[in-house]
Design a protein around this ligand. Sequence first.
Ligand code: FAD
Length: 440
Amino acid sequence: MPSADVVVIGAGLAGLTAAIAAAESGAHVVVLAKGHAATHWGPGGIDVAGIPAASTPRDGIRLLAGQPGHPYGFLGDDVAAALDWLRPHLADGGVDYVGDLDTPLQAVPTSIGGTRRAAILPAGQAAALSPWSPGERLVVCGIAGFKDFWPEAIAASLSRERIWQGGSRPASVTPISVALPGLAARHNLNALEIARRFDDPAWRATAIAALARALAAVPGSGGRVALPAVLGIRDHAAVLAAVQEHLPAAPFEMPLVPPSVPGMRLYAALRAALIRAGGRVQIGEMIERVERDGRRVTAVTAAAAARMYTVRTGALVLATGGIAGGGLVAERDGRLMEVVLGLPVEAPPVNEWLALDAFDPAGHPLEKAGIRTDTELRPVGADGVPVFDNVRVAGSLLAGQRYIGERCGDGVALSSGRRAARSLTAVPAGHAAKPGSKRP
Ligand SMILES: Cc1cc2nc3c(=O)[nH]c(=O)nc-3n(C[C@H](O)[C@H](O)[C@H](O)COP(=O)(O)OP(=O)(O)OC[C@H]3O[C@@H](n4cnc5c(N)ncnc54)[C@H](O)[C@@H]3O)c2cc1C
């Protein structure tokens, strides 16, 4: 039977962060997940605390940490170090990030013609972060035949002053569409397919020349050009360098409907970092059973394609996401269940489960539901006493946050994932590090 020092359940930002950090400390780590995570849905940036009242992510952490029960109450001070630690790993995987906790939160335009506040973005989106200079133009450039990016509608919406949330905005927004080689007549052209075309240096050169010609024909000069987020997937850094060199306006990508190409790049960089550190990730493994001995988890069984797959383990990191990730499910009788260990769930009362406004900007009350832990991220019962000694909880499964509404899910995932790993793999003073003998 395979064995691990640490099994991580969940392959999102929290689970992969925990896995990389644990593997780096010498632990034998296996990540098991039933499927891909919010990485494949999200825009690929790192949202730390994008609440309206905050001017920077650091300010947002401070405000959220002041809310009773928010995970930043004990994790807020870890976010900066976790970001500094993760950045080189992502850069090694070909994804550089721009911005930090003190970068002003800026309204960046989106592919549905709105803006979202962001400060830490992948290099491909970074040109959207600087304030707009007086007279600066924005060209929104679509690709003929690609239905997930509507330049005319996006430009029309971005031309409205109120979209820019009171901040600076472009002097003009102009839509164009460009036919790229071999794409215009394709049916059901999707973002991933175009991204893969851009990875091909020969196709890329022809496509970028076509984009440059079309941009040169737009009245005015300079400014910025918004492109759909399709600028390569395996070779994104080279594609980005080429468009930056050849286009007559500063390019930035606009994330699209799922699957998110920037999110897939982020996942690929995280996975590569884990593999470099000696860890393993297996997607498609729904957890079926967990064995325990008193307050310790001893083995995890997943339903693999044609068999049950059991891993003995010294410790477990639970990073299955909140309701959105599948880590919590609601029962009709008003209970919320934690699906792997049956942990106690902290949740709003059932009379708050049905939101009266599906698009309430404050988010859904159930977003706050989750697992309450101690500061070492051990799950606790209503009395505050840990219910397992060798289990840690990370990411959107933690109670007390609105991971989407407060735009804090990524910061919580990073800081809790890293703290979970460090807590499980810390070696007590005077003891030599030895895989398999982790502190509980
Ligand atoms: C649609 C969407 C949009 C979001 N937008 C934002 C945003 O704009 N800003 C922001 O900060 N946050 C956003 N989030 C929150 C996001 O989840 C977190 O920011 C962050 O990525 C951390 O996620 P996580 O790793 O905790 O969980 P997730 O990314 O949800 O990953 C959960 C993992 O657990 C696995 N899993 C679940 N149950 C099981 C099981 N029983 N057995 C095996 N595996 C299991 C899943 O397959 C997945 O791999 C969004 C989430 C969603 C779903």
